[in-house]
Design a protein around this ligand. Sequence first.
Ligand code: URP
Ligand code: ZN
Ligand code: ZN
Length: 463
Amino acid sequence: MTRTLITGGTVVTAADEIDADVLIDGEQVVAVAAPGSVPFTADTTIDATGCLVIPGGVDGHTHMEMPFGGTFASDTFETGTRAAAWGGTTTIVDFAIQSQGGSLREGLDTWHGKADGNCAVDYAFHMILSDVNDQSLKEMESLVGEGVSSFKLFMAYPGVFYSDDGQILRAMQRAGDTGGLIMVHAENGIAIDVLVEQALAQGRTDPRWHGEVRRELLEAEATHRAIQLARVAGAPLYIVHLSASEALAEVAKAREMGVNAFAETCPQYLFLDVGELARPGFEGAKYVCSTPLRPAEHQQALWRGIRNDDVSVVSTDHCPFCFDGQKSLGLGDFSKIPNGMPGVETRMDLLHQAVVDGHISRRRWIEIACATPARMFGLYPRKGTIAPGSDADVVVYDPAATQVHSAATHHMNVDYSPYEGRTTTGKVRTVLSRGRVVLDDGEYLGEAGHGKFLVRDTCQYLR
Ligand code: URP
Ligand code: ZN
Ligand code: ZN
């Protein structure tokens, strides 16, 4: 087996920040040793002097090729996982989808078919339940056994992915019994649809109305309701893409009471605000996602939540749609703009910028982007850390390099960057996925099919 030695860097994990050499044998890390102390030569040496040596990012929320609003997210598993590698993310957890009237098995098999043989980095699946019934509830147990141990339910999007409270309660009860984790998209979709109808009737068709109708209080209300349902069911709960401070207050209150409620936010809610939706012309459509971007004051609450662990994970909700031809489906009717934004490539860099800006420490950066998502989704310590026995998913990260974000240079298959022209400090230099160098100094060296499906354990915060 090939031995690789990464020398001279500062190894940062959620627990430590130490000058150390990292020895890799084949696909795994075998030692983290004092600098210069490894007593033999490796086949390959990577000089990480001046750089951080960090675990590959774990993005717990992506939607490659997701069907939405009459189109499909523009990144395939091939293009999206390649972009992930460029951005220092070596594991994604994507969402397989149960179609209405279909079984979980059919949905999962379809998503395996999309991903198998196409991924540049390792991947796993959550399952979206769009049709909670006796059969799909029964199937949840076998999915947990196959490593698909988390299930997303939608309080939004009536008629598409929506589940009512009774269905959500039943799924939560089942998750409580099987060790599964319920993830909830917490927005009151029934009330939002009333506001959408009223806005359109008043001729309010621009993208900015997307942000107006998806009210903060309707996120907070749904978050509160999801938490109470989870308490009744005795099941843990993970709130996805939380953006409103009022919703965060609901999670904080529940956690204070000892409820197993976890929150995830995304870089777009930390670095962008609702003002983007009001850009001239139709430009605001680039920023249409749900939950929506919020007024800037919510960002401070989210950063505070990240620091005190009321927000445990920062994932991307990567769900890109091209401006030309996809976002444009909503010209003249904001409710027809496909919901979602690109982000799988930029998450690690934006969160490093948060270190530079003083919002979080380096270790917290690694915790929210690597270690906690790995633990939350049953992948730790294989993923999310650098330790003997871990997969050698390692990123050599230059904390001083700067870069300017642009659609002209990014690798996601989408024709715009939400961060066009923005400069951040810190840049991925080298990426290893299970011991193989897949990216080095601006050159992609990976291949489709290197990435393998990960059979996940259950949530590791609940044992
Ligand atoms: O706008 C979003 N978030 N699109 C992806 C689907 C979802 O709700 O996560
Ligand atoms: Zn969602
Ligand atoms: Zn999503």
